[in-house]
Design a protein around this ligand. Structure first.
Ligand code: HMG
Length: 387
């Protein structure tokens, strides 16, 4: 039985920052951000959006009446959770008006957890082939103003439906995994911004990639040339390019050109949004499938998932005959966003919810056609559905 990705949809905020303008404001050469980091625009997430509303906005367009009755599990993958106890998945079940007869829970391991959710879903569907699993990978990447990590912020959510006989990509059941306790990136419970050893994290990303990729190829008797494309977790788009370049010398010129061309397609959306943490690999996959011009049914796509701390996994799948029909073109959606100035971005970045139980209602940066956070009252977030 084939099991894999049946549907996918992405949502981010309505606002973005121009990276060349951020570079100028920080006294950096714009090419450091545009070429050296590989980012052109960065999603700016207003306080009226959080990991729950981003996930709801990503998932809602997928939910036809038929799908609503087939989904029996919702997994909320995030490292921007809003509660230490209650899962974002329960808020999502309510906001999306999904039946009460589903299970809903949250998973966390930095940027890796959506991959863990997919692996869980595949095993679950193997036992229950008629069921479908909704996974949302939703985060807001925050490092802080005037930090080295600032140009690698961003945010958004990818919603995915995993099922038997998928429309987009059928995953092979095998994968290779590597876990090691390292301090490359972490966020203690009391911190609202990540702590990071930036250069070390980049080296670890490449080391972990080479380990899981080489073991995967050995186990399955595959070579780089057997992959039509590789999709990477993209904390910033240059990071994936560096990992790809680490393995390219093992293959011929034709394969190198194909993988580099497809890498450009895979980073097209992330370049305009920034890091999504858990969702980044899957935005890269979406971008690859929508933007690449030479992919065809049957092609093998490799996926590299990395979550700091750190856990990595490599797996792959084959494109299905009608995969294009299940996709759209995100460029049109991203083009409708509004640019914010540096002072507005900084104000939005530093706005926070009260933590003493007092009430706050957001009056601005609200789009009533989306799910949004209206404010907080007595320590309870007040969510609104689209009007
Ligand atoms: P930095 O130290 O300010 O930048 O921070 P740099 O000096 O290393 O320069 C960056 C690149 O720009 C370099 O290229 C420069 O040469 C180039 P590279 O050597 O890397 O190829 N450059 C220029 N290029 C063209 N024209 C110019 C120019 N000037 C310089 N004029 C750093 C960079 C990535 C360290 C920082 O932004 C950071 O700490 N980011 C956050 C950490 C991160 O994203 N790590 C990635 C791996 S870990 C991961 O993926 C997990 C994560 O997503 C979290 C999770 O799992 O939850 C982060």
């Amino acid at each position: 039985m084939k099991i894999g990705l049946d549907q996918i949809h992405f949502a981010t905020s309505d606002y973005f920052l121009d990276m060349a303008k951020l570079a100028q404001a920080r006294g950096e050469d714009p090419n450091k951000y545009l070429i050296g980091i590989g980012q052109s625009k960065m999603a700016v997430i207003p306080p009226s959006q959080d990991s729950v509303t981003l996930a709801a906005n990503a998932a809602a367009p997928l939910l036809t009446p038929a799908l609503r009755s087939e989904i029996d599990t919702v997994i909320f993958a995030s490292e921007s959770g809003i509660d230490q106890s209650k899962s974002g998945a329960v808020y999502l079940q309510d906001l999306l008006q999904l039946p009460n007869t589903i299970r809903a829970f949250e998973v966390k391991q930095a940027c890796y957890s959506a991959t863990a959710a997919i692996q869980f879903a595949m095993g679950y569907i193997a036992l229950h082939p008629t069921r479908k699993v909704l996974i949302t990978a939703s985060d807001i990447a925050r490092y802080g103003l005037h930090t080295a990590g600032e140009p690698t912020q961003g945010g958004g959510a990818v919603a995915m439906v995993i099922s038997a006989n998928p429309h987009i990509i059928a995953f092979d059941p095998d994968s290779t995994v590597f876990t090691e306790n390292i301090m490359d990136f972490w966020r203690p419970n009391y911190a609202t911004e990540a702590m990071v050893d930036g250069h070390y994290s980049g080296h670890m990303y490449i080391d972990f990639f080479q380990d899981v990729f080489q073991r995967y190829c050995q186990q399955k008797q595959l070579h780089l040339a057997d992959f039509a494309a590789l999709a990477f977790h993209l904390p910033y788009t240059k990071m994936g390019l560096k990992a790809l370049r680490a393995v390219l010398p093992t293959t011929d010129d034709t394969t190198q050109k194909r993988l580099l061309d497809n890498f450009e397609a895979s980073r097209h959306y992330s370049r305009q949004v920034g890091n999504l943490y858990t969702g980044s690999l899957y935005l890269s996959l979406l971008s690859l499938l929508e933007q690449a011009t030479t992919l065809k049914a049957g092609d093998r796509i490799g996926l590299f998932s990395y979550g700091s701390g750190a856990v990595s996994e490599f797996y792959s799948g084959h494109l299905q005959p009608d995969f294009k029909a299940a996709l759209g073109n995100l460029d049109q959606v991203l083009a409708q966003r509004t640019e914010v100035t540096i002072p507005t971005y900084e104000k939005l970045f530093t706005t926070s919810l009260p933590t003493d139980g007092s009430a706050l209602k957001f009056q601005t940066f609200i789009n009533p056609q989306r799910y949004y956070l209206a404010g907080i009252d007595q320590h309870q977030r007040q969510y609104r559905r689209p009007q």
